[in-house]
Design a protein around this ligand. Structure first.
Ligand code: AMP
Length: 472
């Protein structure tokens, strides 16, 4: 049963209503193209579509190409739903508890599914079982994880169509937290007003959301009272160290860095600091907080490169492999498994990492984004993090451009904060102490905005294509 919905309470009802009778909740990413949505709905063989009335124009673009039996519309207050479609509130009101037969089948049965956003090839489906959702919720919520309490007020900015909003609807319901949903209003001022009004204690989203929030806080000092907020969970792409430090030191706000993927339910690692690290110098603590953390309980990790498994030395890079009770072991109904799963049951993440002696993972790049300059690998993530540490820089994306001698060289696209100015030479001089010379970008280009994926990550494939002939 598919949903095409923003984050709202009806979506939460559906999250529980569908698996509770044995259905499979399939959340569709409303930022994908109609062609992708058509492909995904047909591949998943969805039979029921629950769609926000405001999203009907999007649904109309692929409705005729899918085979759906019932269309249930989550209505806009006071508006009639189109003919041939059911009104969600009427469907709920017509239910009779006496006829409800709860699902009591095998815990390994699918309860939910999501598709990857398909940056390489077709989107691929990942199934989550009742068992994997329960285990993922229990471990995510515990004190050394997201540390959720019944008294928490949690606002997931991360969409409920993106890996189940990182599991928060399930985890928060298990703990009994209050949840606040932003609907389609995801601009920084709307979010900040909601944090203040609802006394939000925990929120979660991708770094671009928090960079926008930081910018508004900096330009409107004292406007928002965020004294209730105790943790801002960030994942989806690397949180720049400078952003983590700025929130902490300027606003007393704690960023908690986590890593995961559609294939990992998604929480795979969380950047909590152990007591030993907490006793170290503040700057060292920020270094650890900028890493993606240690694997959650029951999640096993290892890194591998062309020389075999990497040592846990915090230096050697390799592809991260993961295994655990909520890590996918196959994609749904496809023969194209892209060698993503090893014969001994590990998922090959495609993320290039180091792992240090304490078990902290640091994501250096997606394997397709790492810049291969001569025989050396340059981390685009490290350069981006450092560039975004410059006070004039709002956003920076670093990617490879072809080079005759070195094969690839780094190029940076930089968006400046409003009313700020800086030259490329100044930025290079700013980076120089933090990097070896060969790691510095060959070109820094100032742009108005950086293209983003459907879930708010930098779309580097577009930049690589746009600048592939850039002379250097
Ligand atoms: P998705 O399946 O859309 O959630 O994307 C998963 C990918 O996002 C991972 O494979 C990583 O490349 C990236 N990612 C997720 N969390 C982080 C993080 N904290 N730091 C860096 N990259 C991340």
């Amino acid at each position: 049963m598919a949903t095409l919905c923003w984050n709202h309470y009806q979506h939460l009802e559906i999250y529980f209503g569908v698996p509770s009778f044995g259905g499979v909740l399939h959340t569709l990413n409303l930022r994908l193209s109609p062609d992708d949505l058509e492909y995904i709905v047909n591949h998943a063989e969805d039979k029921v579509m629950m769609v926000d009335q405001v999203l009907l124009p999007l649904f109309d673009k692929f409705k005729s190409k899918i085979n759906i039996k019932h269309i249930i519309v989550i209505p806009n207050a006071g508006q009639p739903v189109p003919e041939g479609m059911l009104n969600y509130e009427d469907v709920i009101a017509s239910g009779d508890e006496k006829n409800y037969i709860p699902f009591e089948g095998d815990e390994n049965t699918a309860a939910a599914m999501c598709y990857t956003s398909g940056t390489t090839g077709k989107p691929k489906g990942v199934l989550y079982s009742h068992r994997s959702i329960v285990l993922h919720s229990m471990v995510s919520a515990y004190a050394e994880g997201l540390s959720l309490l019944e008294s928490d007020v949690v606002l997931p900015v991360v969409p409920m169509f993106h890996v189940n909003a990182w599991g928060l609807p399930f985890t928060c319901t298990m703990i009994g937290c209050t949840m606040v949903f932003p609907g389609p209003y995801l601009d920084p001022p709307s979010l900040l007003e909601l944090f203040e009004k609802e006394k939000v204690t925990i929120t979660a989203g991708v770094p671009t959301i928090w960079l926008g929030i930081l910018n508004v806080l900096d330009t409107h000092p004292g406007k928002y009272n965020l004294s209730s907020l105790r943790t801002m969970i960030v994942g989806g792409s690397a949180a720049p160290r400078s952003m983590i430090k700025s929130f902490q030191e300027r606003y007393g706000l704690r960023i908690l860095h986590a890593w995961g993927m559609t294939e990992t339910s998604p929480v795979g690692s969380i950047g909590v600091l152990n007591s030993e690290i907490q006793s170290l110098d503040k700057e060292v603590q920020y270094d650890y907080r900028a890493k993606q953390g240690v694997p959650s309980a029951f999640v096993e990790i290892r890194g591998r490169n062309e020389n075999g498994f990497i040592p846990w030395d915090g230096i050697t890079m390799g592809e991260l492999e993961v295994r655990g009770p909520w890590i996918a072991s196959a994609y749904y109904n496809t023969t194209e498994q892209e060698d993503k799963f090893t014969s001994d049951g590990w998922f090959r993440s495609g993320d290039i990492v180091t792992i240090d002696e304490k078990g902290y993972i640091e994501i250096k790049d997606r394997s397709k984004d790492v810049i291969k300059s001569g025989g050396e690998w340059i981390s685009s993530v490290a350069l981006e993090g450092a560039l975004m540490g410059h006070p004039a820089v709002a956003e920076a994306a670093v990617f490879a451009i072809p080079h005759e001698k070195w094969a690839e060289r780094p190029m940076a696209c930089v968006v400046l904060k409003e009313d700020n100015a800086v030259t490329d030479e100044e930025l290079l001089a700013f980076l120089a102490p933090q990097f070896a010379k060969f790691q510095l970008p060959d070109v820094i280009k100032f742009v108005k905005e950086i293209p983003k994926t459907s879930v708010g990550k930098f779309k580097k494939s577009v930049l690589r294509e746009e600048y592939k002939n850039y002379s250097n």
